[in-house]
Design a protein around this ligand. Structure first.
Ligand code: BEZ
Ligand code: FE
Length: 282
């Protein structure tokens, strides 16, 4: 039977076009997306002008993307979608370290550094010792865990945002644990920073009366054969943006007291100790 479009039957009319031999998962995802999109349009009685603004917004979001700028990830992040996708895909056992948002500033190809190295290549910022252990659910050390870390510099920018100012791989490093599962390296105490807010996503936040700041954090990607890969941060306790992170990444177990060290001695001014607990991958 031919089905013409009507407001009442809009969802069924569109979804009836999906071919019976379409990939079943694709059909499921797209049918659900159509159902929710149509419900949204009906819920707010979306005007033609508003839909035009939305199309312009998405157009600008695509146009500002480049090799070093991913505005769609920012959009996903500020809408809470990145954290929700993370949540539904990383339902982990109690006692394991929680995951959080990946963000757009991870870089592949960073050199593996000797344990204990200083990742602050420009030497700017308050030196901080990061240390701890990678362990399994029973507290046993995990050997050969790869600890991939990255943070902003003292001005709140990642190296890839300032290729003409910061050395390549500034505040980044990859470390491999030994038999004791321990990691340690020197970096800087991270500072809070605004996510890139000079594009359409920043404008949207501004119109909504939302600030673009993230609380200070160090990124960690911890992986080991046979264990669930962990993408997470440690957050600096006391940061004023912990309760209003622009991308909703904060989880209470990830907030760490950065301990002030004796500044009359040479060496780092701060110490951040944190253990990562990985569940098995099966
Ligand atoms: C980050 O933490 O690097 C980040 C996360 C989401 C959006 C922008 C930056
Ligand atoms: Fe970050």
């Amino acid at each position: 039977m031919t089905r013409y479009f009507s407001e009442a039957d809009s969802v069924e009319t569109v979804n009836a076009r999906v071919a019976p031999d379409a990939d079943p998962r694709l059909a499921q995802v797209m049918s659900s997306l159509v159902r929710h999109l149509h419900a949204f349009v009906k819920d707010v009685t979306l005007t033609e002008a508003e839909w035009g603004i939305a199309i312009d917004f998405l157009t600008h979001t695509g146009q500002i993307c480049s090799d070093t700028r991913q505005e769609f990830i920012l959009l996903s992040d500020v809408l809470g979608v990145s954290m929700l996708v993370d949540a539904v895909n990383n339902r982990k056992p109690a006692g394991s370290t929680p995951s959080t948002v990946f963000g757009p500033f991870h870089v592949d190809g960073v050199p593996e550094r000797e344990m204990g190295s200083n990742i602050s290549l420009d030497g700017v910022g308050e030196a901080c010792l990061f240390e701890g252990q990678v362990v399994d659910m029973d507290g046993h050390p995990i050997k050969d865990a790869i600890v991939d870390v990255w943070s902003d510099n003292a001005d709140g920018f990642y190296d890839v945002q300032q290729p003409d100012i910061q050395p390549q791989h500034n505040n980044r490093g990859i470390f491999r644990t030994g038999a004791d599962g321990r990691y340690w390296f020197t970096g800087i105490k991270p500072v809070s920073y605004p996510i890139p807010d000079d594009g359409p996503v920043g404008q949207m936040l501004c119109h909504l009366g939302r600030h673009p700041f993230r609380p200070a954090h160090m990124h960690f990607l911890v992986s080991a054969p046979g264990y669930h890969r962990l993408i997470t941060h440690t957050f600096v306790a006391g940061d004023s943006y912990l309760e209003s992170d622009a991308v909703f990444g904060v989880k209470a177990p990830l907030i760490v007291d950065f301990e002030a060290l004796d500044t009359t001695q040479d060496g780092p001014r701060w110490r951040a100790a944190y253990d990562f607990v990985l569940p098995p991958s099966t």
